[in-house]
Write a protein that binds this ligand. Structure first.
Ligand code: UGA
Length: 429
């Protein structure tokens, strides 16, 4: 099939690369000329395991090209995916200006029977606005659909190839058949819905997962208060199949480009219709106070933080990515700096992004966890990178004066850490 993908962020690039790999003819479109030039040179603008190889392979095979020119991409496309960003605006709503701009740019070039698929995360009803925009600019018969994305950064290819489900939301039989055919090589159950329900599935899923995390974090606070071990509690809870083990791992909260934005957006569009979402509002509140809760724990042990040398391991919003959007590690660092601590930090991939986007942060960057440890008295784990999970405690003892380890992601084994002679402080254990 001939496919156009508008937007070359995580969702757009992964979609384009995988569809091309299935043998489709794919054109990726973006208004960012610099990004398109980077992609045309065979470079990937961000880190995602396996993506670079897939992009290069399909570009070489001639199945995948990139352009800034809608008139090149749209006329031949049977399916057009809109995969542009929907960031939060100042009211917490999804800013739909990129989606509307994409609709306006593609409309004049649409050809008969094209299927326009909104893959960007958009509030229910957005397709009606998109339809109004397109209808002003073309008379051809086209179809609208919503196919939300459920991939996680760091495992984007795997998630896209082997999803639990593929949600195809459209009110038109023709579009449903085309999209079922296009997704044929992908595993996972098919959920066929109307457009609005598909749009809500995405927000409902993300806010449920965010709520699970906040729930685990609240139970962690309760465990601290009563002396229980939250990891044991969550194991006991998660084994119940009705609850499930995933996303019950306590820590300093959820970050990234999705959960914080989507939770705020669902609260905003619920409020517009006067619907109260008390559970989701609570999950949001817990997330916004979780770093403070952790800082209070650190202060309880160290007294104050003024002039204390604190080493932070991890800057990315989670492991296996260089993405720092809404990273809790950076929220933590800002608070440490406010308390006048001296911050040393290491991350396997994300340092360049922090330097670039937050040059004002007064951080002493290091090229390894050892280099951080040599200069500090306290270590704080802020991101769940694999390389921190098996921290060499003997080496740490040998090379540093570190005595306190604050595990903001509950990834170390407290018994081992204590046996090695350190103070261990996690969340709820
Ligand atoms: C999330 C969803 O998991 C995807 O299904 C969805 O497609 C995506 O958002 C999106 O809307 O595009 P992602 O933001 O890549 O994916 O990251 P997650 O792996 O979900 O992690 C989000 C945050 O939650 C991270 O900060 C992570 O550290 C935290 N987390 C996750 C926890 O604190 N505890 C957990 O048990 C799991």
């Amino acid at each position: 099939m001939k496919v156009a993908v508008i937007g070359t962020g995580y969702v757009g690039l992964v979609t384009a690369a995988i569809l091309a790999d299935f043998g489709n003819q794919v054109i990726g479109v973006d208004i960012d000329e610099k990004k398109i030039k980077t992609l045309q040179k065979g470079q990937t603008p961000f880190y995602e395991p396996g993506l670079s190889d897939l992009l290069i392979r399909n570009q070489k095979a001639g199945r995948l090209v990139f352009t800034t020119d809608y008139s090149q991409a749209i006329p031949s496309a049977e399916v057009i995916f809109i995969c542009v960003g929907t960031p939060s605006n100042e009211k917490g709503e999804a800013d739909l200006s990129y989606v509307f701009a994409a609709a306006e740019s593609l409309a004049p070039f649409l050809t008969d029977k094209a299927v326009v698929v909104i893959k960007s995360t958009v509030p229910p009803g957005t397709h009606l606005e998109v339809k109004k925009i397109i209808d002003k600019l073309t008379k051809v018969k086209y179809y609208l659909a919503s196919v939300p994305e459920f991939l996680r950064e760091g495992s984007a290819l795997e998630d896209t190839l082997h999803p639990d489900r593929v949600v195809i939301g459209t009110d038109e039989r023709y579009a449903q058949d085309v999209l079922l055919d296009l997704h044929r090589p992908i595993n996972g159950k098919r959920i066929l819905t109307d457009v609005v329900s598909a749009q809500l599935i995405k927000y409902a899923a993300n806010s449920f997962l965010a709520s699970k995390i906040s729930y685990a974090n609240e139970i962690a606070r309760l465990c601290d208060a009563y002396g229980a071990d939250v990891m044991q509690v969550m194991e006991g809870v998660g084994e119940d199949k009705r609850i499930g083990k995933a996303f019950l791992h306590p820590g300093i909260g959820y970050g990234g480009s999705c959960f914080p934005k989507d939770v705020k957006a669902i609260l905003a569009f619920a409020k517009k219709k006067k619907v109260e979402l008390a559970v989701i509002a609570g999950a949001h509140k817990t997330n916004t106070t979780q770093v403070d809760y952790f800082i209070d724990k650190i202060k309880k042990h160290l007294g104050h933080l003024q002039n204390k040398k604190v080493g932070v391991l991890g800057l990315a919003f989670k492991g296996n990515t260089d993405d720092i959007r809404q990273s809790r590690a950076l929220v933590l660092i800002r608070k440490l700096l406010k308390e006048e601590a001296e911050v040393y930090a290491y991350d396997p991939l994300a340092i360049a992004n922090v330097r670039k986007f937050f040059p004002e942060l007064n951080i002493n960057y290091a090229s390894s966890w050892q280099e951080v440890a040599k200069q500090t008295e306290v270590l704080v784990i802020a991101t769940e990178w694999n390389e921190f999970k098996e921290l060499d405690l003997e080496e740490l003892k040998r090379i540093s004066k570190v005595r306190y380890i604050f595990d903001g992601r509950n990834i170390l084994n407290p018994t081992k850490v204590k046996l090695a002679g350190f103070h261990y402080i996690g969340l709820g254990r």
